[in-house]
Design a protein around this ligand. Sequence first.
Ligand code: ADP
Ligand code: ZN
Ligand code: ZN
Length: 803
Amino acid sequence: MIAEVITDVSAHPVDRPFDYAVPDGIAEVIEPGSRVRVPFGNRKVLGFVTGLKEESDVPASRLKPVDELLDPEPVLTEEMLRLADWMRETTLCFEIDALQVMLPSALRAKYEKTVHVINPEKLPHELAEITRDRRVVAVKEFGEGLLPVLKRLASEGTVSIETAVRQRTNIKKERVLHIIGEAGRLDEIRGSLPKIASRQAELINWMEEHIGMSVPSKDVMEATGTTRATLNALISKGAAMETEEEVYRKPEAGLMPENGGIPGPLTDEQATAVGTISGAVDNRRDETFLLHGVTGSGKTEVYMQVIRQVLDQGREAIVLVPEISLTPQITSRFKRRFGPLVAVMHSGLSAGEKYDEWRKVQRGEVKVVVGARSAVFAPFRNLGVIILDEEHESSYKQEDSPRYHARDVAIRRAEEHGCPVILGSATPSLESYARAKKGVYKLLTLAERAKKQPLPEVQVVDMREELKNGNRSMFSVALAEAIRHRLDSGEQTVLFLNRRGYSSFVLCRDCGTSVQCPNCDISLTYHRATERLQCHYCGHEERVPLTCPECESEHIRFFGTGTQKVQEELHRLFPEARVLRMDVDTTRQKGAHERLLRQFGDGEADILLGTQMIAKGLDFPNITLVGVLSADTMLRLADFRAAEKTFQLLTQVSGRAGRHEKEGEVVVQTYAPEHYAVELAKDQAYEPFYAIEMGNRKRYAYPPFYFVTLIQFSHEDLMKVSEVAGNAARYLSGKLGPDTVIIGPTAAEVARVNNRYRYQCLIKYKKEPKLAGVLTDLVKIYRSSWMKEGITMSIDMNPSTIS
Ligand code: ADP
Ligand code: ZN
Ligand code: ZN
């Protein structure tokens, strides 16, 4: 038997399966989707079996055998293998990247160099001390100083040095005590104990009360206050038996309170939506629904009703939510409703915890997965629905290879499983809404809030006027008054800022220069906590200079506003207010996000101050004021989605206020009150916004009217990269149709990152059937020549930004 294997050598320019002979011993168990270890060149690498066949074109003498089968059960289903093919074709990635992204990192290969001792007698003393009779020892145990010696010994044949695939499948085990003895036996043991062994006697007493039970050993020790030694003594006397058992790690730290409890009967709009989607579930139609519902309209309840139906039919559900940091509230809602049938997969889990959740899915122990982007690959075999909540979120797009969008993968999987997809949002992406209008997706609308609460009152404050009236503070008079009012009445405020750090950058008042990163074309950001300047692109850090690096003036100042600065200002204006700050800096630690939210939910603070990450999901009854400090920072970005993102963000943030009995108020501060994205977000006026924005997209030839593909190049040498980018642009324009527009090559918005210059070409097209083929050829040119010259090239068939 022959196995076709995709190997894990993505740096190497090969992207096709290789044939390997399957040894008799594993021929019966090996399957497509199995992981194997195979020889590749003079190394051993990880590979995935993508097919099995009887004959190979490679002559038998040159065919190498599979070294080892790594899993008793295949880790990928046939459906996943087809999905990987599809991802390679639609995103132009390496097949191995597509296969790996579907698996938890614990199942991806890690390589380790090992020393195999062939002739122990010949080992020099200093090495023998390290190997201590072992025949296989990791190279890193020897330390760098001994590498030359190892090399010499290898050439003499005393040892061999090999690269091996180390499996990172770390299944957690736990010792469990089985209390077997009948009462008589335990009595006997007690009788034989010396007087001083009172600890053992106590443990025997405990065991008598637990005969026939199996209890984790550490719980036994904890419950009885005994030590391992005491326990071991009794085990050796035959009082109990101990085994090692596989256990799951327990990621969640208790459930977040669900506010409002189980809601009443469905609203008419909810009932219509559930009914329509149910039809597709029953008839196994792979239909895509766009559930457009204002914030608080009860979309989540619609999801849960559909999932209940799917579970009743013995099928499974995937619920995707944006970036995990925002999910503690939402995941606990699902856990509450569906209990132990729910697995949670998100980036906050450790590799081991992720692997455990993945195994629960693979073994069919759970039926619902709630997770971030990559949960779309949950290895279910009988899906009944796939849901993307907040479908417009940019975190659904992966920004490195494979550059897939979870929405596309969901729709593709739904075709295979014959099940519907639900895309939910208060502010759908323009692409999705346009598709719904054309009838490609089916539009379902929830126009009213579930509890009929009015949408919050939104007041837009023109910050230019504030300045004219002599208010230099970052708080307008209106916002400051509103906060004061909340403090007095014991209600809560959420303040939203679109930046992180203390001050965005350091600026010289005399010459106007800002302090730049030496490696990148971008200003450094000041971080109060470390009192240093940091580059957000390459991680470079330096001390804050005392004088301007350009003109040596001492008048250098922090410029811009960050969460830390706002916090200080709040402290000055409202000394008694308890403020919680939630941004990248305060949520680095695992679980920090949940802790902060819980504290706020428990009323331990009056004001929650934060960046993007607080914009969604937050749902507490006591929040009656939302303040947006600077609505338009995003409008200045050179990005065709800038207006769309601003509108979405303002709508989402406003939706955080007054979701329950108490009415909500929103204050939005801006320097561009007349901008349509700000103006229309005030009333959550999605339709008018959509109309204006579509006009602009059409005028400037952007999605959804045109498709865009972005090709980026980078190299240390500016001349080299611009030359290659120019060649690529010429090559493309020679091959693509006359209606296709190629913009560039141009320098990227941040033209240098980590001392590499970046150039890009943008392809805009309406119909370009040849594109995938032409780009595949371009990749071949890249691999056969440009790559060797140190160029990196990346292709994004659906970039979420083009800067
Ligand atoms: P969305 O996801 O659209 O923002 P949610 O599903 O979070 O909205 O619902 C908003 C609030 O309304 C929640 O507190 C929820 O429990 C409640 N709710 C949802 N459906 C109903 C209903 N049919 N009757 C009463 N309350 C409801
Ligand atoms: Zn200066
Ligand atoms: Zn940098």
